[in-house]
Design a binder for this molecule. Structure first.
Ligand SMILES: C[S@@+](CC[C@H](N)C(=O)[O-])C[C@H]1O[C@@H](n2cnc3c(N)ncnc32)[C@H](O)[C@@H]1O
Length: 332
């Protein structure tokens, strides 16, 4: 499916003809390949491996990471508006820090991303910004970069959180899941652990690593592996748990096997759309990754349909705890 922002940009192929473009966090649709097919030189920087992988699979050059490390000469940057304001600011800081002064910038976004309220702050930040086009509930804004000295570290925030008898000290970055706070579902899980979590442990969809941080402080498991596709979250996880193994991944195929525990608060959104696909794949594939007697511990919103697939994949499924919003499942 072609994203509405891509449809808007398709109206401007003539302006883009022959240019060297850098696309920042585009949706994983056919638009970047369409640009390439038109003879436009395209490079992509992405912070989400869920999108970076399918774009790479289309033969596109994709750099994945928390911060653009290898900027080549570009004639225009296309930036997709992120809903979280602080994340949007981080991306602008990154572009201003690593690309030459005066590089043309196009900012595109759907109405629900908050693009319309970006015009004024962008003018203030860069000295100029104007609306170029509006269609399909999307807006395209043009500006030019001004240099600014900035690093990823400027955006790190340090937090202290009390949970289930432990004080966690951790770092967060804009754009990550539950930036700067412990999610209520994750807290509920930590408050209702069914016993010591030890041995070979995988934290699936680890975010900045709060579940793992708790487990390390409480139980010191033999080996902790964190798997996460969001490069900003992974950058935090690496800081929060320097001794653990942190993997950029989108599925269990990226994780080690022979696990004693898989613990997860799995995602149920992909780019603002609700989706249980990742959680269902995790449930289906988990038994093959666990050693005999191994366990999958999940927390999820009560309304999410996980009980039946858990019962299909595992011989025993218990609801360890539930409240009006969340349920903790233990499958073995
Ligand atoms: C509900 S959050 C939980 C984060 C963290 N464990 C916590 O408790 O704060 C789900 C996490 O799954 C990540 N995620 C998204 N797609 C994924 C995928 N395909 N495989 C694994 N994790 C994914 C998200 O980026 C997010 O960090």
């Amino acid at each position: 499916m072609t994203a509405p922002e891509s449809r808007l940009l398709e109206r401007h192929l003539e302006t883009l003809a022959g240019q060297r473009l850098l696309l920042i966090n585009p949706p994983a649709d056919a638009f970047p390949a369409r640009l390439q097919a038109e003879g436009i030189h395209v490079r992509i920087f992405h912070q989400d491996l869920n999108a970076a992988r399918p774009l790479k699979a289309q033969g596109l050059p994709v750099e994945y990471g928390p911060w653009l490390e290898k900027p080549e000469a570009v004639e225009r940057v296309l930036l997709w508006q992120m809903k979280a304001r602080a994340w949007h600011e981080l991306l602008l800081d990154m572009l201003q820090a690593v690309l030459p002064e005066g590089t043309p910038l196009w900012l595109v976004g759907e109405k629900r991303s908050g693009i319309q309220s970006s015009l004024k702050p962008l003018k203030q930040r860069l000295g100029q910004a104007e609306v170029v086009d509006k269609a399909r509930h999307c807006t395209l804004i043009a500006s030019r970069l001004r240099h600014k000295a900035a690093t990823l570290e400027d955006h790190l925030q340090t937090r202290h959180t009390e949970v289930a008898g432990e004080t966690l000290r951790w770092q967060s970055l804009p754009g990550v899941f539950a930036h700067g706070r412990l999610d209520a579902g994750s807290r509920f899980l930590l408050e209702h652990l069914p016993g010591p979590v030890q041995g070979q442990v995988l934290d699936y969809g680890a975010g900045v690593g709060l579940l793992s941080l708790y487990l390390r402080q409480r139980f010191q498991p033999e080996a902790l592996t964190l798997l996460e596709p969001d490069a900003l979250a992974l950058a935090c996880a690496r800081r929060n748990l320097p001794a653990a193994r942190c993997i950029a991944g989108t599925g269990l195929r990226d994780a080690p096997a022979g696990l004693d525990w898989i613990i997860s608060n799995p995602p149920f959104h992909q780019r603002q759309t609700q989706s249980v696909d990742v959680a269902l794949a995790l449930i289906e594939q988990a038994p093959a990754h666990l050693c005999p007697g191994g366990r999958l511990l999940l927390v999820a919103n009560r309304f999410l349909p996980y009980h039946a697939p858990l019962s299909t994949a595992f011989s025993q499924v218990d609801i360890v705890a539930e409240n009006p919003q969340y349920r903790v499942y233990l499958a073995q």
